[in-house]
Structure formats: C-alpha cells, structure tokens
Design a protein around this ligand. Structure first.
Ligand SMILES: NC(=O)c1ccc[n+]([C@@H]2O[C@H](COP(=O)([O-])OP(=O)(O)OC[C@H]3O[C@@H](n4cnc5c(N)ncnc54)[C@H](O)[C@@H]3O)[C@@H](O)[C@H]2O)c1
Ligand SMILES: [Zn+2]
Length: 371
C-alpha cells in the first residue's frame, strides 16, 4: 500500500510559499524529495537523543541527493538551547568547509528546530533549512511559522530570527519513539489549536479522547487539522503583529505555573491548566458558554493533560511570574480567550483581553475546587 501524502501550503505573501508535507512512515523519503537544485551539502542538526534514533535513515536518504551529509548532534534539553550550542554547531560547519550552497535540516523536537533554524538564519548570512519535527509539539507548533532562536540567562527565546523553512516534513511515524510525558506536552497544544480555530476538530478529539489518551495513538486527520490551524494563523500574521496572539491562549497562566513550580510542570500540561482557568474567565468576560468550558475541562482531563495535583499550587505563587510577564497592563494581564469552542474573542482591534488578577484568582480557585 502506498502511504498517503498530504501537503498544506503556507502562503507567506509576496510569492513566498512554505509546503508542509504530511506523510506516515516516510519522513526520510519526503525530506529527500524536497531537495532543491542548488543545494550541495546537507547538515542535519538535532539533539543527540533524536539523532541517535532517527538520524541515520535521514542521512542515508539525503546522501542520494546531497554532495555531502553532516550529522551535527548537540546535547538535549532546554539548557542547551543556547548561543554556545549554536556557536559549536557553526564552528563544526566552518571546520568541515560547509559553504553557502547548503541546506540545514532540523531533526527533532522544538529545541532542535529552534537551534537548527537559527543556525540557518545566520550561517554565511543565511542558508535555507528544512524542518523535520519528531515530537508532537514540534509537529503541530514549533515547525510552522519560521520563529527560530535560543535562550539566554535573561529568559527564553530572547535571541533569534524569523527564518522560514523551505519545507516542513511532518511524519507521524517519528512519534512512535516519543516518551509518554512528551505526548502530553503536545496534546496541550493540539487541544489549544482546536479551541482557537477548529470546532470540528474539538468534537473529533472528544469522540476519540479515551483512545487518544494512550501514548502512541494519533489520527492522521487530527494531526493534519492541528497543523492546519497553526498554518492559518501564521499565514495571516507572519511577524506576530496581531492575530498570532490567539495562540497565547492558556499561556499567561501556563507560563506562570511553569515558573512557579520551577519548571517541574511541563509546558503542555501547564498550558492545559492555563486554558481551563483562562476560559473560565472567558465565561464572564465574553460569554464563553459554561457548558463548553465543562467540555474543554473534561477533554483535557481525559487526555491526561490536566490532573487535580496540577491545581494545588497556591495562586499567590503565580502572581509574581504573571506580573513579570510582558503581557502585563497595570494590575491586569492580557489573555487570549475563546468566545466559543473554535472561535477566539476580540476586544476592538485586539485579539487579547485585559483581565484583573482578582478575576483570575477566583477562576483559579474555582477550577482547583472542581478539578
Ligand atoms: N519556534 C516556535 O514557533 C516554537 C513554538 C513552540 C515551542 N517552541 C520551542 O520548542 C521547545 C519545546 O519543544 P519540544 O517539546 O518538542 O522539546 P524538545 O525538542 O526538547 O523535545 C522533547 C524531548 O523529546 C525528545 N524527542 C523528540 N522527538 C523524539 C522522538 N521522536 N523520539 C524520542 N524522543 C524524542 C527530545 O530528545 C527531548 O528530550 C521549546 O524550547 C519552545 O520554546 C518553539
Ligand atoms: Zn506553547
């Protein structure tokens, strides 16, 4: 049986298009088929874990089209998403005599892609890159949109560049080796995409929730729809001038919970909690139906993204990180909230709402009691 291949085109305007190719069990072949005349060397950049698991087949496939293939692994983890790692990768490329006619291939989760894309953005003033995401979060979120960068001691993602990949290759088969906790991380963002822009996908998630809660289970259609939502938003707002703000749904409270727990709660699960709390605020702020709030809360719990223990942190511990957040306005913070499942609310020209900390505190406490 020939595996099916699907392609979503990201139209970035001015004739710029980025194909997002979706297929199952053929990531290496698809990456090779996207090779362009004029690219000489391939440099595969990703963390050691992913390159050990999936680097060789990709290198082998690219050897059929590239003059030389280099595998450049770096240590995994957020604390290695740094300028030092970028510099190390660049130095290895320079030492190997990698020139301008090169395509950087980012293979891995969001960290690998952010580093690979940023290397490509500045190497010899910019070379093309292809994103091959292997984590669920990477596939539905980090690979699309062209944001690349690294962390600094002053905060996450503070140094980087917009650099669109020449193509994104989404292969569900890579997910087979993904650890269980990383699935939950991705599910948080998948559910967010359904709430932000795809009511039908939300219903499909509800129908399949108990099956999908088993790590390793994923539907092609759900994966495609989750990617398509991100594509639709990025297409409208490549440089984060407005609409892209809707993707922050769940992230104001989510980021605060991550910080308050010393990052012991993973990003996707913290965003899950954030969505429960922020959408509860939406019931009074913009008429988000309470019945839909109950459905969102139930879906996140069934998928295992949220659990009662995640709500045990006292709200007071979230206040300081929230007030440090750049989305702060006086004693209020800005949140992107839904008016219905699949539709985000607007306030005038803005895609976010100012919410008083007292409102968020009441919502946190109600959500914690009923979790
Ligand atoms: N550029 C963007 O638009 C964007 C968007 C969202 C998130 N991000 C960034 O993405 C990062 C988070 O991404 P992530 O959650 O994918 O983290 P990650 O890259 O660290 O991957 C998570 C873990 O899973 C492992 N892994 C990945 N794929 C695997 C596979 N198929 N099999 C086995 N192990 C695998 C990795 O080695 C790592 O240990 C953050 O740094 C965040 O800032 C960027
Ligand atoms: Zn996120």
């Amino acid at each position: 049986m020939t595996p099916s291949v699907d392609c979503i085109l990201v139209d970035l305007g001015a004739g710029r298009v980025c194909p997002v190719v979706l297929g199952t069990g053929q990531g290496a072949a698809l990456t090779r088929s996207r090779w362009q005349a004029g690219w000489r060397d391939a440099v595969i950049v990703g963390d050691q874990t992913v390159l050990a698991l999936h680097g060789a087949p990709l290198a082998e496939a690219l050897a059929g089209v590239a003059a030389r293939v280099h595998l450049l692994p770096f240590p995994p983890g957020e604390h290695h998403k740094t300028r030092a790692t970028k510099e190390h990768v660049e130095d290895q490329m320079l030492a190997a005599g990698v020139g301008r006619a090169t395509c950087v291939v980012g293979l891995g989760g969001g960290i690998s892609l952010d580093v690979a894309g940023f290397v490509a953005a500045t190497y010899m003033r910019g070379v093309p890159w292809v994103a091959v995401p292997t984590s669920l979060l990477g596939q539905v979120d980090a690979s699309v949109g062209g944001k690349t960068g690294v962390n600094t001691d002053h905060g996450k993602n503070l140094v980087g560049a917009f650099h669109q990949p020449a193509a994104v290759v989404v292969d569900r088969a890579y997910l087979a080796t993904l650890p269980a906790e990383e699935w939950l991380n991705g599910w948080g963002e998948v559910v967010k995409h359904a709430v932000v822009g795809d009511r039908e996908m939300f219903q499909a998630l509800e129908r399949g929730a108990s099956r999908l809660a088993v790590p390793g289970e994923m539907d092609d259609e759900i994966l495609r729809r989750a990617v398509a939502t991100k594509v639709a938003v990025v297409q409208e707002d490549e440089r984060e001038c407005g609409l892209r703000e809707v993707l922050n749904f769940g992230h104001t409270v989510g980021h605060a919970l991550e910080a308050a727990t010393g990052y012991r709660v993973s990003h996707g699960r913290a965003v899950g909690v954030g969505m429960v709390v922020e959408s509860l605020a939406a019931t009074s702020l913009c008429g988000f139906p309470r019945e839909e709030w109950l459905r969102l809360r139930a879906l996140l719990a069934t998928l295992g993204v949220t659990s009662p223990d995640l709500f045990r942190t006292p709200f007071d511990r979230l206040v300081e990180p929230m007030l440090r957040d750049k989305k702060r306005r006086g004693d209020a913070v800005r949140v992107a909230i839904p008016r219905a499942l699949g539709h985000m609310a607007r306030q005038g020209d803005s895609h976010s709402h100012a919410v008083g900390l007292d409102v968020l505190r009441a919502c946190w406490e109600e959500a914690a009691c009923s979790a």
